[in-house]
Design a protein around this ligand. Structure first.
Ligand code: ADP
Ligand code: ZN
Length: 604
């Protein structure tokens, strides 16, 4: 039997384990249970795939995403691993074939949708074969506190009772300390060893811009920083998804929409194109993305505020799994705060409390004048004090200023308007009053005679919106749920009485970053193979070969080779199979299958 490191080298073509992987793999190979928290791109799959290859029997992987099982199995097959899946998309014959292979002991890995385990027939089938381990992927789906709760996951607690001797490994990329405790208790993993790898994604550059003209800002971001590259743009509603996708296409950018309102075949087709093509953009609601393990997503953009930091981190975590530089960009403005404050008032008391906590954490991240990464990591229970150098606040530190007087002016305007109970006025009107603008509405209501009329000329329109946004974010103002009118809170009274200081953040000038690999001082950053200029044509040739081969075989390009592997090949330009085999990501199977073609492509 091979040792884990031998399997890593021979099958996967990698030299060495990442720090956490080795410990986890040894623990599971020895039959121990494990709860693994590792960021996206950290290399979770190997933590169960290698033990499944080393131990006798089949590794059973529970994964919620049936749409991706085919690709996962294709990727394993390309490595020479015997893998299959069982889910509702299969026909009878195909299912029979997979079941027979499992019973004959011919599968190293078997992927299952969680709902399969509710079916007694599946449990009987599993009982008749030999199981090396259970892997529970996306384990946070068992948590009701989190944002991806799936009731079928609750049945997974039964696995241990039925197969007490089979090791279980639960894996997730998103878990705050509270979610982690919940996963552990619901899956009965209190006795398991918990492995918490660092959550940092040093290759992702975080940036939150203040929203003025979102479409134009998005276009500029895409054109200057990620032309021709694959990425995801998240929007809150289906209609904005459609609108933005059409807008990008009109501007000559390859983009497709994805949301729950599209029929299943269209959704599947758009997802498949995203996985298979090299530079496609998907504009999507949060319905898109869980389990998408395309390694070369170069950016994730948010045009609307996510509901929680957990959601934000999971969504942005889909960028740069390959360890190469990637960007998490968001445009965020006053309307986002108003809308979310209103949404957070829906539902029962417990739900509301939870929403408000989630939202406050998200807003604090948006409004911080400190390093975004330090704040994110802190949220996930990982303390780090050094600023990262690879986020917008590190690179262009925003000034913080004393906003007490402007806050008082704005709040007293709200107070004066609030006395005219029957009328509802939005922020725009409020700012018009502060700026002394005699608009039709101002005149109609006689607001030019208010004592606050025109007292705010020290700031411009945009700055006043920024003040309102920050007061809302800090809870110094609130929103009336039905009309979105601004209301005072208990805390606003303290500001008005001068008993409370108000610190505000001055939004830095908008700045597009040059398209370069951003330097991070995070010591944990994986070395990036920089593509030397002279290697660029070779890289392009290899990419073209890979695209053609992927198309011919009907698999995503990264199943053939990852970008990082192609970069290394282009840079080192090996001239023999022996040299080629030393490159990261070239294992025995791929060497045999593609080695000659790669060498030919290099020589041509
Ligand atoms: P996760 O599931 O944690 O998001 P993956 O398992 O998809 O991450 O791994 C992310 C990327 O890192 C993949 O491209 C994988 O092949 C690569 N990888 C994982 N472990 C290693 C390793 N020890 N050496 C080199 N590359 C690795
Ligand atoms: Zn930073």
């Amino acid at each position: 039997m091979d040792t884990p490191i031998e399997v890593l080298r021979r099958v996967f073509g990698y030299d060495s384990f990442r720090p956490a992987q080795q410990e986890i793999i040894e623990h599971v190979v020895a039959g121990g249970d494990a709860l693994v928290l590792m960021p996206t791109g950290g290399g979770k799959s190997l933590c169960y795939q290698i033990p499944a290859l080393v131990r006798a029997g089949t590794g059973v992987v529970v994964s919620p995403l049936i749409a991706l099982m085919q690709d996962q199995v294709d990727a394993l097959t390309a490595l020479g691993v015997r893998a299959g899946f069982l889910n509702s998309t299969q026909g009878f014959d195909e299912r029979q074939a997979v079941e027979a292979a499992f019973l004959a002991g011919e599968l190293d890995l078997l992927y299952l949708a969680p709902e399969r385990l509710r079916v007694e027939a599946t449990l009987r089938l599993l009982a008749k074969g030999e199981i090396s381990l259970f892997a529970i992927d996306e384990a946070h789906c068992v948590s009701q506190w989190g944002h991806d709760f799936r009731p079928d996951y609750l049945t997974l607690s039964g696995l241990h009772e039925r197969w007490p001797e089979v090791p279980r490994i639960a894996l997730t990329a998103t878990a705050t300390p509270a979610t982690r405790a919940e996963i552990s208790s619901r899956l009965g993993l209190d006795q398991a060893r918990h492995f918490v790898a660092g959550f940092d994604r040093p290759n992702i550059h975080y940036r939150i811009a203040s929203k003025s003209e979102p479409k134009r800002q998005l276009l500029e971001f895409l054109r200057t920083e990620h032309p021709g590259e694959a990425g995801i743009v998240y929007c809150l509603s289906r209609s904005s998804v459609e609108r933005i996708a059409a807008f990008l296409v009109d501007n000559g950018i390859d983009a497709v929409p994805y949301h729950a309102g599209l029929d299943a075949p269209t959704r599947a087709a758009h997802q498949a194109r995203f996985l298979r093509e090299d530079g496609l953009i998907v504009v999507a609601t949060i319905a898109f993305g869980m389990g998408i393990d395309k390694p070369d997503v170069r950016f994730v953009a948010h045009l609307d505020l996510p509901k929680s930091v957990e959601g934000y981190y999971q969504e942005t975590g889909r960028a740069g799994r390959d360890g190469l530089p990637a960007t998490a960009w968001m445009a965020y403005g006053l309307q986002d705060v108003v809308q979310h404050r209103r949404l957070a008032l829906d539902g029962d008391e417990a739900h509301r409390r939870r929403q408000v906590l989630h939202l406050d954490a998200m807003l604090a991240l948006c409004e911080t004048a400190d390093c975004r990464r330090v704040m994110l990591l802190d949220y996930f229970g990982q303390r780090q004090t050094d600023p990262c150098g690879n986020c917008d606040t590190c690179q262009t530190p925003p000034e913080s200023w004393d906003g007490k007087v402007p806050a008082q002016k704005l709040l007293s305007t709200v107070w004066r308007l609030d006395r005219e109970r029957r009328q509802r006025f939005g922020v725009g009107h409020l700012v018009d009053i502060l700026l002394g603008k005699k608009t039709a509405k101002v005149l109609q209501h006689g607001h030019d005679s208010l004592t606050v009329f025109g007292v705010g000329s020290e700031l411009g329109n945009t700055e006043w919106h920024g003040v309102a946004r920050q007061l809302l974010a800090q809870g110094l103002l609130s929103v009336e749920p039905n009309h979105g009118t601004l209301l005072l809170t208990d805390a606003s009274a303290e500001v008005l009485r001068g008993q409370r200081e108000v610190r505000l953040r001055r939004d830095p000038q908008r700045q597009a970053r040059a398209k370069t690999a951003s330097a991070s001082n995070g010591a944990s950053a994986r070395p990036v193979v920089e593509l030397p200029e002279e290697a660029a044509p070779l890289f392009e040739r290899l990419r073209a070969w890979r695209a053609a081969t992927a198309k011919e075989q009907g698999v995503p390009a990264y199943v053939i080779f990852h970008d990082s592997t192609l970069r290394e090949i282009a840079t080192l330009s090996p001239t023999s199979l022996a040299e080629l085999s030393k490159i990261n990501g070239v294992g025995d199977n791929k060497l045999a299958k593609y080695g000659d073609q790669v060498l030919e492509t290099l020589a041509s």
